[in-house]
Design a protein around this ligand. Structure first.
Ligand SMILES: Nc1nc2c(ncn2[C@@H]2O[C@H](COP(=O)(O)OP(=O)(O)OP(=O)(O)O)[C@@H](O)[C@H]2O)c(=O)[nH]1
Ligand SMILES: [Mg+2]
Length: 711
């Protein structure tokens, strides 16, 4: 394959609404570029992009695919992203790696929740966006209404570059406001017939052309001057203006078609080549050391791993974007994360699962490589000259869904843990780890559908049957008043016996607490507990009733009980223990006896000290469309939420609330169904607070029952 130079490369990410036609568009672009000679379809399960078994089973895109096509001797790299929000990890990777996002809109549906999701990720990555309004061959396609919605959601910089003449069955023609021509396509695609704009469209076309040229001129002073001088811009000037506006995100052009029938595809490719920026025209990338790095063949060699994948027959594959210089087979590079040397062994240009070896790639290109020694998503490989820092990492969306998971056969639990760790390598939005406190394997991801995808892989690829269940809540226990208790541990069994007696008092720990006056406090140790909160251990022994050497054993006994709280086995916290009396036996007293006496005395005192269960409370921010406020509030009230305030954000409202974690199981699924996928939320741990008494009663009962089960 020819080596393409930086200016001959365009990188686009196909993002947009679920099922709006991204994969079909990718397939059509390959067909138009003669990279394939037979066009597959998602319905026939034979597209180049959706080639994985899970994608064939479900007829949706689950993972991003890398494709490429050719137009006028330019190479267009295409990253076909999934549309469903559960796969946002890959959407984010694609918009970060590409230079322009082509955001498809289904003209029957306008702006959908998944359209907004794609937009949000493109905006976060500061990626240029070109809209492609698709599916205009449907009788209920509505171009004008979709444009209205797009302006409403994404602002006035949404700029019509093409509009359809005859939507619905038989759709074949569009007015192109940049070329000021009518393009008439054959069913199946190919180059369109270029016709004059019909008289009845002239006024509308002129008006929209003016708006386009004005928006194009706005991004650049020289163009603005030309525009004032000549009252218009040439085609080349308009292209330049739109390109600058794309880079600065001050113009979002809209093209249109019906990609299933090839309508609009060749012109979109021409637009990508002539108007979208080549990689060297993009703003420089920043390294973690704050240095700006220009995507230029003259710069030192540099590449960024934006995605990893496991491919049949190839094993682990790294998708890379070359961000500087030239990368050749056999080249040595440095990974700034660990200082390791990595040798580039093989480079492939790919189209889905088909690949072609190349010996060299130039700055701006996107290819795959294999057999790197120790590599992760977000790693950079740099020329030794500039190996002090890599590129800034992609920031993945935070997990919004948490579940506990276990293998159906407990002997598989270890394998499950390590498979999930592996999955994190190829999808950083899958986060799994064993919680020591909850004694559960906790899986976090982007939603219930994402979880089911993980399940599919576990079952079909790793032959692991798994069970998902609710994660436990990390409750805490504490006390609300002071109480005293004594405990004597005594055991006489033949030879030497065991004896220890401890009298203690417990009191809640609060800032600025006061010590009791019944006994002198001689020494105090403050322990910050690893699970949060404090334990103050006070030695109030007078007259040597317990030897100082037994105090650590008493503390140990108390600590053990704190780790497994007396009420529900959860961690206890924020307690002061005053050990003020006790007894020893000259022969039988030893550490173990005092440990046990301390533990039991503490437990007894705790139970009489108004013990309370505390639960984690989270700060929740829910972003929803205004008209869904009512339903969302009602739902939150059912979750014991306390509403803290409200903010507006354009057409959206942000509800801020404090909610108990225990009420938030599968919240992403409920919110999605209440808001038809439009609502989003984020959650952050805030504090522990006492559970209401009915909840406490329920928890105590549950714990008792679980103890019985264990017996
Ligand atoms: N009539 C018509 N159908 C289309 C068009 N484009 C795509 N489709 C159909 O719409 C469905 C979804 O197409 P895909 O290409 O899988 O859409 P996608 O955006 O890649 O979907 P995801 O990646 O799963 O979000 C398929 O049945 C396509 O055949 C079009 O222009 N016209
Ligand atoms: Mg797709």
């Amino acid at each position: 394959m020819k080596i393409f130079q930086t200016e001959e490369i365009r990188n686009v990410a196909l993002i947009g609404a679920a099922k709006s036609g991204k994969t079909t568009l990718g397939e059509s672009m390959l067909f138009e570029g003669k990279v394939i000679n037979r066009k597959g379809s998602v319905d026939d399960k034979n597209t180049v992009s959706d080639y994985r078994q899970i994608e064939l089973d479900r007829q949706i895109s689950v993972h991003a695919s890398l494709l490429h096509t050719i137009h006028e001797d330019h190479k267009i790299n295409i990253l076909d992203a999934p549309g469903f929000s559960d796969f946002s990890g890959d959407i984010v990777a694609c918009v970060n790696a590409a230079d322009t996002a082509i955001l498809t809109v289904n003209s029957q549906a306008g702006v959908e929740a998944t359209t907004e999701n794609a937009w949000r990720h493109a905006a976060a990555a500061e990626a240029p966006v070109v809209f492609f309004m698709n599916q205009l061959d449907h009788n209920n396609a509505n171009f004008d209404e979709s444009i209205r919605q797009m302006k409403d959601y994404f602002g006035d910089k949404v700029t019509v570059v093409q509009y359809p003449v005859n939507t619905g069955e038989g759709f074949d023609s569009v007015i192109d406001l940049m070329l000021m021509k009518m393009l008439k396509y054959k069913q199946g695609g190919g180059e369109p017939e270029v016709l004059d704009i019909p008289a009845e469209e002239a006024d509308k076309a002129d008006k929209l052309h003016r708006a386009l040229v004005e928006n194009a001129a706005e991004g650049d002073e020289a163009l603005m001057e030309k525009y004032f001088e000549n009252d218009t811009l040439s085609l080349e000037e308009t292209r330049t203006g739109v390109r600058l506006g794309l880079i600065t995100r001050t113009i979002y052009p809209v093209l249109c078609g019906a990609v299933k029938h090839g309508i609009g595809v060749s012109r979109l490719m021409e637009f990508i080549v002539h108007t979208c920026p080549s990689p060297d025209k993009m703003n420089p990338r920043e390294t973690t050391a704050g240095k700006a790095f220009h995507c230029d063949v003259k710069e030192p060699a540099a590449l960024f791993v934006f995605k990893m994948a496991n491919e049949q027959h190839l094993g682990e594959v790294s998708m890379i974007k070359v961000l500087g210089g030239t990368i050749s087979e056999g080249q040595d590079m440095i990974n700034p994360r660990n200082g390791n040397k990595e040798r580039i062994s093989q480079l492939f240009v790919v189209n889905g699962k088909n690949r072609e070896k190349v010996d060299k790639v130039v700055a701006g290109d996107i290819v795959i490589t294999i057999k790197l020694k120790e590599i992760r998503t977000n790693d950079s490989l740099m020329d030794p000259k500039v190996s002090d820092a890599g590129f800034k990492p992609i920031v993945y969306p935070e997990a919004i869904f948490t579940t506990a998971v276990k293998a159906a056969a407990s002997t598989d639990d270890e394998k499950l843990g390590s498979v999930l760790q592996d999955m994190h390598r190829t999808d950083p939005t899958i986060i799994a780890g064993l919680s020591r406190e909850l004694r559960q394997l906790i899986l976090q991801c982007q939603g219930e559908y994402h979880m089911n995808t993980i399940k599919w892989y576990l079952e079909n690829v790793h032959k692991l049957n798994v069970v998902f269940y609710s994660p436990k809540i990390p409750y805490r226990e504490t006390i609300t008043k002071s109480a005293k208790a004594d405990y004597r541990h005594k055991k006489q069994s033949g030879g030497s016996g065991q004896f220890g007696e401890v009298h203690l008092m417990v009191q809640p720990y609060t800032e600025g607490y006061k010590d009791p006056t019944d006994f002198p406090v001689r020494g105090k140790e403050e322990h910050t507990l690893s699970w949060g909160g404090k334990l103050i251990f006070a030695n109030c022994i007078v007259g040597g009733s317990i030897d100082a050497r037994f105090m650590p054993a008493i503390l140990k006994g108390i600590m053990e009980r704190l780790e497994e709280g007396p009420l529900t086995g959860s961690y206890a916290r924020d307690i002061i223990v005053y050990v003020y009396d006790g007894k020893m036996h000259p022969v039988d007293s030893n550490e173990i006896s005092f440990k046990l006496a301390g533990r039991h005395a503490f437990s007894d005192a705790f139970k009489n000290a108004g013990p309370k269960i505390m639960e984690p409370i989270y700060d929740l921010a829910v972003r929803i469309p205004e008209d869904m406020m009512g339903a969302c509030m009602t739902d939150l009230q059912g979750r014991r939420a306390i509403i803290m305030g409200m903010d507006s954000d354009g057409k959206y409202q942000i509800i801020k609330a404090k909610v108990p974690l225990a009420e938030m199981d599968r919240y992403s699924t409920s919110l999605s169904s209440i808001t038809s996928g439009r609502g989003t939320f984020s959650m952050k741990y805030a504090e522990y607070s006492q559970v209401p008494s009915d909840v406490q009663t329920k928890l105590l009962k549950e714990y008792e029952e679980s103890l019985k089960e264990e017996e």
